[in-house]
Design a protein around this ligand. Structure first.
Ligand code: GLV
Ligand code: MG
Length: 324
């Protein structure tokens, strides 16, 4: 291990994160009763300019009046390049700062964006005498944000998570795609002709690099990496496949842009009984190996060693957190 130790963000369960437009208050109560882990009430891209002020009022009222139970509550504020943002932050923290757990910052581009927001939130919290510190979740969804992702991840003690905003990221990088998440038939490999002349087409995941890069920056700074939206809410299999790829890379959760995606995210982002069982068998086998003075042994015909203990502990701890 490096001598540099990584401080971990608060261990919130973040398997699913539901997006609700702040301009649709009729959706709030149902969301509060759902099985989602985190809710973000949106003031940004799901809200039209003429509705921004009313949406802000709706969100503040709902944070104070609705029983959200133990849900982690977040609000996506408007971008730092808009004049809506300062009032979003001032009104939210002044009027609902005791219930608000997180602020979601869209299109974050540089570490100084985070610094500016931290300064503003700190002043308001101090002036209000709030003891609780609101955390930050950042959407990495521009080329600039991705270029500076490591500095952004390290820019504030309030940072808790990084989210991959695939739609804006596609727009910002000018990717030839108009879908939100999912796969692109043009991102494929054509195999050489087989003996019968036939050629296979193997689709790839065009978001692999971006998501991996964000996961590394998040984990190197003790933050949760979360995969963003999957727009086609009538394709649960496509959603599951995207969530599984994200989980395989290290993401802890995925957005739900429709209530039907909450159960899918919770299912995929929770380790399965067989994964937990194997992890527990690894820990037992390694405990026995250590007692016999060995560092590496075989389990089910495969090598396991001290790194296997760390891998297994990740799964067992996640299962314990979900159980709690
Ligand atoms: C989310 O905000 C996205 O742009 O995908
Ligand atoms: Mg976006």
């Amino acid at each position: 291990m490096s001598f540099h130790s990584i401080e971990q963000a608060p261990g919130r369960l973040n398997r699913s994160e539901l997006a609700i437009p702040g301009s649709q208050p009729q959706m709030f109560e149902k969301a509060a009763k759902s099985d989602v882990d985190v809710i973000f009430l949106d003031l940004e891209d799901a809200v039209a300019p003429d509705e921004k002020e009313q949406a802000r009022k709706n969100v503040i009222e709902a944070l104070n009046d609705i029983d959200w139970n133990t849900k982690t509550m977040s609000v996506r504020i408007n971008g730092l390049d808009t004049h809506y943002m300062y009032r979003d932050v001032v009104d939210l923290v002044e009027q609902a700062g005791e219930r608000l757990d997180l602020i979601m910052i869209p299109k974050v581009g540089t570490a100084s964006d985070v610094y500016a927001l931290d300064m503003l939130v700190t002043q308001i919290e101090d002036a209000m005498g709030h003891k609780k510190r609101i955390g930050f979740e950042h959407i990495i969804e521009t080329a600039l944000g991705m270029q500076n992702v490591s500095e952004i991840a390290a820019a504030s003690k309030r940072n808790e998570s990084l989210h991959f905003g695939v739609a804006d990221y596609a727009a910002s990088t000018r990717a030839r795609s108009t879908i939100i998440g999912g796969v692109n038939p043009h991102y494929a490999v054509l195999t050489d002709p087989a003996e019968d002349g036939g050629r296979g087409v193997h689709w790839g995941d065009m978001w692999h690099y971006a998501l991996s890069r964000m996961v590394v920056a998040a984990r190197a700074n003790g933050l949760r990496p979360i995969d963003g939206p999957f727009g086609d809410f009538s394709d649960p299999d496509g959603y599951r496949a995207a969530a599984r790829r994200a989980a395989a890379l290290g993401c802890e959760g995925k957005w739900a842009i429709h209530p039907s995606q909450i159960a899918l995210a919770n299912e995929v982002m929770s380790p399965s009984a067989s994964e937990v069982d194997r992890a527990q068998r690894i820990l037992s086998a390694m405990a026995e190996a250590e007692a016999n003075g060995k560092g590496a042994v075989s389990l089910d015909g495969r090598l396991i060693d001290y790194a296997s203990i760390r891998q297994a502990e990740v799964l067992v701890q996640k299962a314990l957190q979900i159980g709690a």
